[in-house]
Design a protein around this ligand. Structure first.
Ligand code: GAL
Length: 750
């Protein structure tokens, strides 16, 4: 299951004796401490508990597995189950070959060491003092991951900025232009530069400063170099993958391509997603869906929340016949209005479900909410799941899912999910299963859609490493605006998609600010699962459920419609960015540090991001009317006014409530579409193409059927737009021969 391991040369130091002696030895290990420590006299000669070994990585432990990607094996035998053993897609090796070549591993191997103790294995990797570390998943309370303890443990909510999240990912990147992936499904602990090996005591001598303040007592220890410590227990051996840059962004691209390349949404997936109130009946849904169409609110996907099922918590995976007497007729009606349908579920299977009996032998040994936890690591559970879901959902035309509650509650006194001590028929324990559960669940749900040659753009509440090829976006129950925004900035470091959502709001202004953020997310999501009316008709939850329109509903409808239309105008541009994600691993939405890693000002910016290749977005917090925006070096154009500005500086912009600060990088070509209310097989976007400054590079649009997987077989066209002598020209090529997706209306120079 695992990639093969090369033999390891151990620098063996066996300490037979007390754990105390072992600890003394462990403390002495590290890149600069190769001399064997003294061996303490054993307290109890029979006590072998404290045995430990350690080693320094040698050339023999390293294999360059792909261009610019090295595997290092440390310690003894790796665990049989790791994320790589359940990867979702093969590596895109040919695309890796197109990235800038890097011949030498970016970290010196003799500076990497490991220690094996009764606890498990730990690895020390070198860092420099100025280095910034990013990634490790989606704890939306932290951006810069340097000098922390970060635990890669799935969780339904963040906790104390310790990295618990819906997507803890054991991959980090450095602004020095490399990435590190630790192939483990254990809850790995990363100390990102804030531990000091005893071996560095020499360097410390004479540097200690007297603390002049209480805060000074806790200042980090000044050292010339730093150490990254990765602590994985109870594993005895590990594979670690080092990804070359040369820049941080290239390291992320390599990691995404190693994972299989970025996921490809269907075109409709990039439109607006609306989720209705949980307990709505078929008639209520159809009425509201009609209203959205009548009011010309763009919308491409309707999400069914729990009420479509006859029983939830745990789930029956059967239609509720009181609310949906004729599911087939309901689906037909909704689809005839050009909505795609997405259905909510969680995996815990009720005793009343037809899946209960067949799944019983293929589930974990603990119930969750009284339901079975399917073992998606077994082919049997997958098959049972797939067949049933194909029958009740996909064969009927549902083409999206929302996989809820598949995370964990690691620090709650009353968790509801399965315990870490669980065992599963596949041999996975509860800890491994918690880490992998979201991804295994996504893979299982994807299979029937793939068989039907359909793409999806779905939702999941837990994912992990190597997730880039999975067409699922991660959401959360949290509702903090800044965390939502930070997540949008941060997602790109870890090969995952983060989706903030709009629900209720305290004020109409807050509603606008929230919509202004979600239209720039990988999925533009309005999640009204606890509100009968859309928030542009009523922002207050209780009044929404009483059916009361708010006084400002007409104006709010107009403003929100305009924002949705902005999203629709950007779809061809965004679709192009997603194709770059698929083909080159380039994240479509990125924090500034990813494009300007050498500009120190970008290192901590967690509230502005690049949307596609050229648009910088700086959303405004609810309640604010002005904000500071950093424009990196070069020239920029205000998206709305086309005013040209100098970069390399902070500016303060006025942001009245209907304005989103957006700036276009000089030298860019931006196609903008006439907004459409939804996307069908025939939709042809009418484009006006703008050139900002003097574009030297072209932009490529991608044309295909928008829904099937045929693009993988080459049924896709590229439309390369170049700019010369003040106007654009388009070169079309490729093997797609369906209805054209783009018509060019006009070309403008700005
Ligand atoms: C939550 C989920 C919400 C909504 C709700 C329905 O777990 O995060 O988005 O789906 O369940 O019960």
């Amino acid at each position: 299951m695992n990639p093969s391991h090369r033999p390891v040369r151990l620098t063996r130091r066996k300490v037979l004796g007390s754990a105390v002696a072992a600890l003394a030895a462990v403390a002495e290990t590290g890149p600069s401490a190769q001399a064997a420590p003294p061996v303490a006299a054993p307290v109890n000669p029979d006590d072998t508990y404290g045995q430990m070994t350690s080693g320094v990585v040698t050339g023999e432990n390293i294999t360059e597995v792909l261009p610019g990607i090295w595997r290092i094996h440390v310690g003894g035998k790796s665990e049989q189950v790791t994320p790589l053993s359940f990867r979702s897609a093969p590596t895109n090796a040919s695309a890796l070959g197109l990235l800038p070549p890097v011949k030498t591993m970016p970290l010196e191997h003799h500076a990497i060491s490991w220690t094996l103790s009764a606890r498990g294995i730990s690895v020390q990797l070198p860092m420099t003092h100025e280095e910034r570390i990013y990634g490790l998943g989606l704890d939306t309370e932290i951006f810069d991951m340097t000098d922390r303890r970060a635990i890669c443990c799935p969780s339904d909510t963040p906790q104390d900025k310790m990295n618990y999240s819906h997507a803890p990912v054991s991959f980090y990147v450095s602004n020095r232009g490399y990435g590190v992936y630790v192939d483990t499904a254990r809850y790995a602990w990363f100390y990102t530069g804030n531990v000091v090996p005893k071996a560095d005591a020499g360097e410390l001598a004479g540097t200690a400063q007297p603390a002049l303040s209480t805060a000074g007592l806790y200042e980090p220890t000044p050292l010339h170099h730093k150490t990254m410590l990765v602590d994985v227990h109870p594993s005895r051996g590990l594979d670690i993958y080092i990804f070359a840059g040369p820049t941080l962004r290239h390291a992320v691209q390599r990691y995404n391509l190693f994972s299989g390349g970025g996921a490809m949404p269907p075109l409709w997936g990039l439109g607006i997603h609306y989720r209705g109130e949980s307990m709505m009946s078929d008639q209520e849904i159809v009425a509201l869906a009609r209203r959205l169409r009548a009011e010309k609110m763009p919308c491409d996907m309707w999400g069914l929340e729990p009420g479509w099922q006859s029983r939830v918590y745990p789930s029956s995976f059967e239609w509720d016949r009181a609310r949906f007497p004729d599911p087939d007729a309901f689906i037909k009606t909704i689809k005839s209005m050009n909505y795609h349908l997405n259905a909510w579920e969680h995996a815990f299977t009720s005793p009343i479900s037809p899946l209960f009996k067949p799944l019983r032998p293929w589930s974990g040994n603990f119930l969750v909410w009284g339901g079975l936890t399917p073992d998606f690591a077994t082919a049997e559970a997958r098959k049972i799941w797939m067949n049933h879901h194909d029958k009740i959902m996909f064969s009927k035309g549902i083409d999206g899912v929302k996989l809820d509650e598949c995370d964990n509650q690691p620090y709650r006194a009353h968790p509801w999910s399965f315990p870490e001590a669980s065992v599963f028929p596949s041999g996975l324990d509860g800890e491994l299963m918690h880490t992998l559960f979201g991804e295994l669940y996504q893979q299982t749900m994807l299979q029937p859609l793939t068989r039907r040659n359909l793409r999806t753009w779905s939702l999941v509440r837990d994912t992990f490493a190597l997730a880039a090829p999975l067409p699922f976006t991660v959401y959360s129950d949290s509702y903090d605006f800044n965390c939502y925004l930070r997540g949008v900035c941060k997602q790109a470091f870890s090969g995952v998609m983060w989706v903030p959502e709009v629900r209720n709001a305290e004020s109409v202004e807050e509603l606008y600010r929230r919509v202004q953020l979600v239209i720039f997310a990988p999925m533009a999501l309005i999640n009204c699962w606890y509100m009968k009316l859309p928030p542009w008709l009523q922002i207050n939850r209780d009044r929404s459920n009483q059916g009361q329109l708010m006084p400002e509903h007409q104006q709010a409808t107009k403003v929100v419609r305009t924002l949705f239309e902005l999203r629709m105008r950007l779809i061809p541009y965004l679709y192009a960015a997603f194709n770059e994600y698929r083909l080159r691993g380039m994240p479509p939405i990125r924090p500034l540090v990813m494009d300007w890693p050498d500009d120190v000002a970008t290192h901590t910016i967690d509230d502005q991001f690049m949307f596609g290749p050229a648009i910088l977005v700086a959303p405004v917090q609810p309640g604010r009317r002005r904000r500071r925006v950093y424009l990196p070096a070069g020239h920029w154009y205000d998206f709305a006014t086309h005013q040209r500005m100098d970069g390399g500086r902070w500016i303060t912009v006025d942001a009245p409530v209907e304005r989103i600060p957006m700036f276009v990088k000089s030298g860019s070509i931006i196609p903008l579409a006439e907004p459409v209310p939804f996307i069908t097989a025939e939709t042809c976007f009418e484009l006006t193409v703008y050139a900002f400054g003097t574009p030297r590079e072209s932009i490529t649009l991608y044309e295909d059927d928008g829904t099937s997987l045929d693009y993988q077989k080459g049924r896709q066209n590229t439309l390369e737009i170049t700019w010369r002598n003040g106007t654009g020209s388009v070169a079309r090529g490729g093997n797609y021969s369906g209805p054209p997706r783009y018509a060019f209306k006009a070309f403008h120079s700005v």
